[in-house]
Design a protein around this ligand. Structure first.
Ligand code: MN
Length: 491
């Protein structure tokens, strides 16, 4: 890797920027790491160079790419953080500080896991670019993992799979997530990896390409008939996600029908629905497989239309339809979407990052903190609607009680029933994405039912219910009696 390649890649996305600082950072880092070698045998500077290149690939901004070049300087060389700040300024200095802090974890086993997760989350609540640098740093380390002893390989791969990859997914940076996962998969289950790779890449490739060709032959004339501008590309599932699906559903490779999908990229949102219409008139859609993530995006911001149809020879085939912008976002997540368009604004932090900040304010114990974060954040999320049309984001499998407390504590405390999609339902009913939820309340009711703890999922609802559950009914009623102000003692 060379600094010239990085500059070239960076300028593809930021043609107007002055890149002098990139060269300076390279010289600074190269001098600092001079004489150091990596386990794999190459000069150490190759590692920060590769890290910076991956950052440029995911369209990172200039300070982030520069911080990528400098990320190991304070930790591994004689040059200090202060010197980095003096030479490259506060912003880059802070990014490098963040990375350096993330690096220092002494613990082993589960303690290490918790500490790691906590640090990642804390870094995220500050400047999310620190996490990007960490991902790219880790990705390059994984690519050169063969130089390490097997035990260390497994530990790093495991840690990446449990912590880094899910967070990359939460941030919607799929490109990095896939790469991280497949590399880890290779080190954790080498036999399975090879078996799948062989089956997938070698044996089935020809048949797959033929199938695509058949579909394209039917589809393209129809798209042209309705004057749609389009790009079609084949998207292959990455090996680790196929493996996961085989494990989860206990299926053989041949039974996973969405190992590949066709992606259609069109100019506008209207065109997405137009293309969908064309596809559904050509082939029968598979029931329950249509998902409109444009009208209701996924929590990480992902947008697209998904549908699976019975294609030529009755073969189930998945389509993903999206605009160019949605496509970029799906590959680069926040990197493409908000961070680089509205620099540094905390208003643009995803909802769940704000939630972490709240949780973290209340809980100082690491173990508790992680438990709570995992509970609420790591689960997949759903969106439900209030009768007024307000959207509420909840973890998967949430119940009307979770919804009620998300609206207002009072609504939660006074809930007696619920109407879901205009039908009466029970308070422990599992909510689904897109449900319209109306809570029936009883104004005379003062406190929640402690049995709700059996099915309430969100921390917010559980905490509110627990506040009352600990106390006797009489004590709870007393809480609502008007506060009698104690007279101030006379001076
Ligand atoms: Mn590094």
């Amino acid at each position: 890797m060379t600094i010239e390649r990085i500059v070239k890649k960076f300028q593809e996305n930021h043609p107007e920027q002055d890149v002098t600082m990139l060269y300076l950072a390279y010289e600074f880092a190269a001098a600092a790491h001079a004489g150091q070698k990596r386990k794999i045998g190459e000069p150490y500077i190759q590692h920060p160079l590769h890290t910076a290149y991956i950052l440029a690939e995911i369209k990172a901004d200039l300070p982030t790419v520069i911080a990528g070049l400098l990320h190991d300087v304070p930790e591994d060389t004689n040059r200090t953080l202060e010197e980095v700040k003096e030479n490259f300024g506060e912003e880059i200095g802070n990014l490098v500080t963040g990375i350096t802090k993330l690096g220092k974890i002494k613990y082993r086993g589960i303690e290490r896991y918790r500490e790691n997760l906590k640090k990642m989350f804390l870094a995220m609540t500050g400047d999310i670019r620190i996490i990007f640098i960490k991902f790219c740093d880790r990705l390059h380390n994984l690519r050169t993992l063969e130089a390490l002893p097997p035990e260390k390989q497994k530990r790093i791969a495991q840690e990446t799979l449990e912590i880094y990859a899910p967070i990359a997914g939460m941030l919607g940076i799929w490109r990095l997530k896939w790469q991280l996962e497949d590399l880890c998969f290779k080190y954790l289950h080498p036999d399975k990896f090879e078996e799948l790779e062989n089956e997938y890449e070698v044996e089935k490739k020809a048949a797959r390409n033929q199938h695509f060709q058949k579909i394209k032959n039917q589809l393209i004339p129809r798209l042209q008939e309705v004057n749609l501008k389009y790009e079609i590309e084949a998207r292959f599932k990455h090996l680790y996600s196929i493996y996961q699906k085989m494990q989860r559903k206990d299926r053989k490779f041949d039974e996973i029908y969405d190992v590949f999908a066709l992606r259609i990229i069109v100019p506008s949102v209207d065109d997405c629905y137009k293309a969908l219409g064309v596809i559904h008139t050509l082939w029968k859609p598979k029931p329950n497989r249509f998902k409109d993530y444009i009208a209701v995006p996924k929590p990480n911001g992902y947008r697209s239309l998904h549908t699976t149809i019975f294609g030529p020879d009755g073969k189930a085939t998945e389509f993903q339809i999206r605009t160019k912008e949605m496509h970029e976002e799906s590959l680069y997540g926040l990197a493409a979407h908000w961070y680089y368009k509205a620099k540094g604004s905390k208003d643009l932090q995803p909802h769940w990052v704000k939630e972490i900040i709240d949780i973290q304010k209340e809980i100082s114990d690491t173990q508790e903190l992680i438990k709570n974060i995992k509970l609420d954040i790591f689960n997949d999320r759903i969106f439900v609607f209030s009768p007024k049309g307000d959207v509420f984001e909840l973890p998967e499998k949430s119940t009307p009680i979770d919804f009620a407390y998300a609206v207002h504590t009072k609504i939660g405390n006074q809930a007696t029933g619920v109407i879901i999609n205009e039908k009466l339902a029970k308070l422990d009913h599992e909510l689904k994405n897109g449900d319209l939820v109306e809570i029936i309340t009883d104004k005379g009711r003062l406190y929640p039912n402690r049995d709700w703890l059996k099915f309430a999922k969100t921390r917010r609802a559980r905490d509110r219910i627990k506040q009352f559950a600990k106390k006797s009914p009489l004590e709870n009623i007393k809480r609502f009696l008007p506060n009698i102000k104690k007279d101030k003692k006379p001076h």
